[in-house]
Design a protein around this ligand. Structure first.
Ligand SMILES: N[C@@H](CCC(=O)N[C@@H](CS)C(=O)NCC(=O)O)C(=O)O
Length: 249
C-alpha cells in the first residue's frame, strides 16, 4: 500500500442513522474521537490515513480540511476539525444526559470546561515542543550535532522540564482530589461516565504515562489503566489498529 494510502472501515450503519465520517490519522489525536464515538454507541465510518515518513499527514487530508490535520469529521454537510470542537459537537448532538455536564453542577461543570480546553491549550504544545527539541539535533549536518544536541538538551531542561513538572503535578493532584470524593473521571462530582474532559485528557495522560514517565504520578497511571480497560476504549483501539500510545501492564 502506498505511504499515503487511505482505507475505509465502515461500522454497520442502519439507513436512518447519521453518516459520521472520521478522518483518522494513525497515532493521533483522532483516537480521542473514536473512543467517544464508541462510548456514544453511534454508527460511524473511519477513513484511515497513514503518516508520511516525516510523520506529517498525507496531502489527502488537505482535501478534507484546509489545515490538512487530523481529526476531522464530516457529518452530512458539516465538516469539523479541532478535536475539542469535535468532542463538544458530538456530545451536544448525540450524547445523552450522562455524557453532559450542566452549569448547575458547579465545580463539576468548571472542571469539565477546564480539562476539555487545557490539554490542547497548555500541555500538548509543551509535549510537541519537547518532541521538536529532541528531533532538531538529528536534522542538522552531522558535524554540527555535537554542538547542537547539548544546546537543545539544555533548552529542554530550562523550558520544558519545569513546565512538565508543574503540569504533571496539577493533573495528579486533580485526579487524587476527584478520586477522594468518589469519582474516577476528570469532571469529578457525582459523574459516573466520562465527559468531554476525559475524551480530551486521555491523550495527554497516556503520553505522560508512556513517554514522559518522570512527570507522571501514580494516580495518573491508574486513570490511564482504568480508561484503557473500558470496552469502548478497547473497541476504538481495535478499529484504529496499531496505536503507539498504549500503557502496557
Ligand atoms: N489542535 C488540533 C491539533 C491537530 C493536529 O495537530 N493533529 C496532528 C495529529 S495528532 C496532525 O494532524 N499531524 C500531522 C501534521 O501536522 O501533518 C486538534 O486538537 O485537533
Amino acid at each position: 500500500m502506498a505511504e499515503t494510502a487511505l482505507s475505509t472501515i465502515t461500522t454497520p450503519v442502519a439507513s436512518s442513522q447519521p453518516a459520521i465520517v472520521v478522518h483518522h490519522l494513525e497515532d493521533s489525536r483522532s483516537q480521542r474521537i473514536l473512543w467517544l464515538l464508541e462510548e456514544l454507541n453511534i454508527p460511524y465510518e473511519i477513513k484511515k490515513y497513514k503518516r508520511l515518513p516525516s510523520r506529517l499527514a498525507p496531502k489527502e487530508l488537505l482535501d478534507v480540511h484546509p489545515l490538512g490535520k487530523s481529526p476531522v469529521i464530516t457529518d452530512g454537510d458539516i465538516t469539523l476539525a479541532e478535536s475539542g470542537a469535535i468532542v463538544e459537537y458530538l456530545i451536544q448532538m448525540y450524547g445523552t444526559e450522562k455524557d453532559k455536564v450542566s452549569p448547575s453542577e458547579g465545580e463539576r461543570w468548571r472542571n469539565n470546561i477546564y480539562f476539555t480546553h487545557y490539554p490542547e491549550g497548555t500541555v500538548q504544545p509543551i509535549l510537541v515542543r519537547r518532541l521538536m527539541f529532541s528531533l532538531i539535533p538529528g536534522k542538522v549536518p552531522a558535524l554540527l550535532r555535537p554542538i547542537v544536541r547539548p544546546v537543545f538538551s539544555q533548552a529542554d531542561e530550562l523550558v520544558n522540564v519545569p513546565d512538565l513538572k508543574r503540569n504533571g503535578t496539577l493533573i495528579e493532584e486533580h485526579l487524587k482530589k476527584v478520586k477522594a470524593s468518589g469519582c474516577e473521571f476528570f469532571a469529578g462530582g457525582t459523574g459516573t461516565s466520562p465527559t468531554a474532559a476525559d475524551y480530551m485528557m486521555i491523550l495527554t495522560t497516556v503520553i505522560l504515562a508512556t513517554r514522559a514517565k518522570e512527570f507522571c504520578g501514580e494516580e495518573t497511571i491508574e486513570y490511564v489503566k482504568r480508561i484503557q480497560a473500558r470496552d469502548a476504549y478497547k473497541r476504538a483501539l481495535e478499529k484504529s489498529g496499531d496505536y503507539v500510545y498504549v500503557l502496557k501492564e
